[in-house]
Design a protein around this ligand. Structure first.
Ligand code: BES
Ligand code: ZN
Length: 615
């Protein structure tokens, strides 16, 4: 029964996309981040045939495209730092091509001469060793420290640095790939994946559901697999596999909970690849194979909402996809709402409440720090890099908007609305305006005066409801008690940090106010809980930030180790910001110089400009 409905959904998806195909040429949305002209020519399928060269740190091979041609005489692809060797038409003849002028955000347009009847071309090319999407890790930078590792990160506009492509979420393609890697390594993609290594290092992949190009992903390393149930499992380096599989043992339950809410899981398999620590994000929702940071493997399953988040993207983002990066909140706001609903189902309301409060606090920080123009849900990024607008606004303001709708119309009605929204727009892209129109027709029915303020205006909407958490109230009591004990000169008695979960500790530490509390308070709390030597990255990040701000220099050694070892941008930014804010630039630069080689391009790029660092 289950299988049949999955196949049916896949077929439906293809039908939908074909259906869209015929109408697509007239209603293309302009994506300012791409050179592609989708009304003229639009890619439908990619066949990728490449070798990963770990010595030269390049990917070399070919990309063949089947495309829909609306009387175009050129096919325009996005590229960044690629060397194009030749372009060949379906008849085997070479055709001419031109690489356009370099745009600092978009890269270069690759314009390929075609005839109005052409629907297939093959590009032979190679990447640059400093391709933005690619992170080539030395054995020393991996968990097991024995083999090198390669990972890709496509979102938002990095795929073009390793595959010439129409790199816009307004495009949807199926793909197949043949990837040749060193024999002792395994390759995995956002596609149907191997479970064991091949003898010859050659791997074949297919992804038969259409996805946006930013969701193509590849990882190569000493990777092994452990299934959790029939459709979920974990990939990781051998030394990490057992801990990762234990931490993520509830993945199957999460998929079931998600399906109960908003309909059948659309991608058949849901696996998570736990990466080496320099992966720049917490998670990346690559279809069939979420990429995840190892910083969630903390031994108590307290940070698994990250998996729920990437799973939720299987609907909001991967199935119904933001049309352009101006509509990014349509991916992330819906996903955060969905993530918290899954967690409420699997872990209970207290857990969901905690992550809602943490999210709200992060939103407050973002609202203070990012340019005002990026504090609306819908943004305009013409001539900007999508990364410049990146903040918690699309995530948590988006969440609060959907939560407001839930409370206004009731869960039952709102859930039915969302389920229908996903079903009716499956395998399509979504603009903010299209969503608003759909919402007006199917949910609000005219009473929608709040739309303008919530979606298009910057800053805080009026009448917004702040999330609360009972467990955090208790953590706050504990914090006040501990500070009072210190003031009363009570001797610190070592306590067991295990009595609270990660998020409770993060909240507790966030209560430290550098204007009120002192270095001596920090030393007291450290004597109680030994935060400085914690192995939990969330606790480490929260604690080192406060310690830097108050110049509690006992943390400097462990904090440097942390910053050199971990490349997750969410942890790097607050820590370097705290060093800068507390006039400790020499320390910041000393750490950054040692750590920078371990960071992915997206992390380096943000931090170089923040620290005014010229490599
Ligand atoms: N899709 C994002 C990561 C992303 C966003 C990469 C924009 C590049 C550009 C992913 O789903 C995400 O939001 N990850 C969060 C997880 C968290 C909200 C639970 C992260 O990485 O921290
Ligand atoms: Zn996300």
């Amino acid at each position: 029964m289950q299988k049949i409905s999955l196949i049916a959904l896949g077929v439906l998806g293809l039908l939908w996309s074909c259906n869209k195909q015929t109408s697509s040429t007239t209603d293309e949305v302009k994506d300012s981040q791409s050179f592609a002209d989708l009304a003229k020519a639009k890619i439908k399928h990619l066949s990728w045939d490449v070798t990963t060269d770990f010595d030269k740190k390049i990917i070399i091979g070919s990309a063949q495209y089947a495309f829909e041609n609306n009387k175009a005489t050129k096919l325009i692809l996005d590229t960044e730092k690629l060397t194009i060797d030749s372009v060949v038409l379906a008849n085997g003849q070479k055709t001419t091509f031109e690489l356009g002028a370099l745009d600092s955000i978009k890269g270069r347009a690759l314009e390929i001469a075609i005839a109005e009847t052409d629907t297939l071309v093959t590009v032979y090319y190679q990447t640059s060793p400093d391709a933005n999407a690619l992170q080539w890790l030395e054995p020393q930078q991996t968990n097991d420290k024995k083999h090198p590792f390669l990972l890709t990160q496509g979102q938002a506009i990095l795929t073009r640095s390793y595959i010439p492509i129409q790199d816009t979420p307004g495009v949807r393609i199926t793909y197949d790939a043949t990837v040749k890697v060193p024999k002792d390594l395994m390759a995995v993609m956002s596609a149907v994946n191997p479970k064991v290594k091949t003898a010859d290092g050659v791997y074949h992949f297919t992804m038969h559901q259409p996805l946006a190009p930013y969701l193509i992903a590849l990882a190569v390393g000493d990777i092994v697999y452990q299934p959790i149930d029939e459709r979920t499992g974990v990939y990781a380096e051998p030394g990490m596999l057992k801990a990762a599989a234990w931490e993520l043992a509830d993945m199957g339950k999460m998929v079931n909970a998600a399906e109960k809410l908003y309909g059948d899981y659309p991608w058949e398999q849901f696996d998570v690849l736990v990466l080496p620590p320099s992966f720049p994000f917490g998670g990346m929702e690559n279809p069939r194979l979420t990429f995840a940071t190892p910083t969630i493997i903390v031994g108590d399953r307290s940070l698994t909402n990250l998996v729920a988040h990437e799973l939720a993207h299987s609907w909001s983002g991967n199935l119904v996809t933001n049309s352009t990066w101006d509509d990014f909140w349509v991916n992330e706001g819906f996903t955060v709402y969905f993530e918290r609903r899954i967690m409420e189902e699997v872990e209970g309301k207290d857990y969901a409440d905690m992550i809602s409060v943490i999210g709200y606090q992060d939103l407050e920080t973002s609202m203070r720090l990012i340019p005002e123009k990026y504090t609306s849900l819908k943004v305009d990024m013409t001539n900007a890099n999508p990364d410049d607008a990146f903040s918690d606004v699309p995530y948590d303001k988006g969440y609060l908007f959907l939560k407001m709708l839930e409370e206004r119309y009731g869960r039952e009605k709102f859930d039915a609305f969302l389920k229908k929204y996903f079903a009716e727009h499956a395998f399509q892209s979504m603009t903010t305006e299209k969503f608003v129109a759909y919402m007006k027709a199917n949910l609000t029915h005219g009473e929608d005066d709040f739309v303008q303020e919530w979606i298009y205006e910057t800053g805080w909407p009026k009448g917004l409801k702040k999330p609360t958490s009972k467990l955090f109230d208790l953590a706050e009591k504990q914090f006040n008690q501990d500070i009072a004990d210190h003031a009363a000169a009570k001797a610190p008695a070592k306590k067991d940090v295990k009595e609270k979960s990660t998020n409770e500790w993060v909240h507790y530490i966030r209560l430290i106010d550098p204007k009120k509390n002192t270095v001596s308070d920090l030393a007291y709390l450290d004597a109680l809980y030994n935060f400085t030597n914690s192995h939990n990255p969330e606790i480490q990040c929260a604690w080192y930030e406060k310690a830097f701000l108050l110049k509690y220099d006992k943390v400097n050694g462990p904090a440097k180790d942390f910053l050199v070892h971990v490349g997750r941008r969410k942890f790097l930014e607050p820590l370097y910001y705290a060093l800068k804010d507390s006039d400790q630039m020499p320390l910041a630069l000393d750490i950054y110089k040692a750590a920078r080689p371990n960071y992915h391009f997206v992390a380096r790029n943000s931090l170089d400009s923040y620290l005014n660092f010229k490599p």
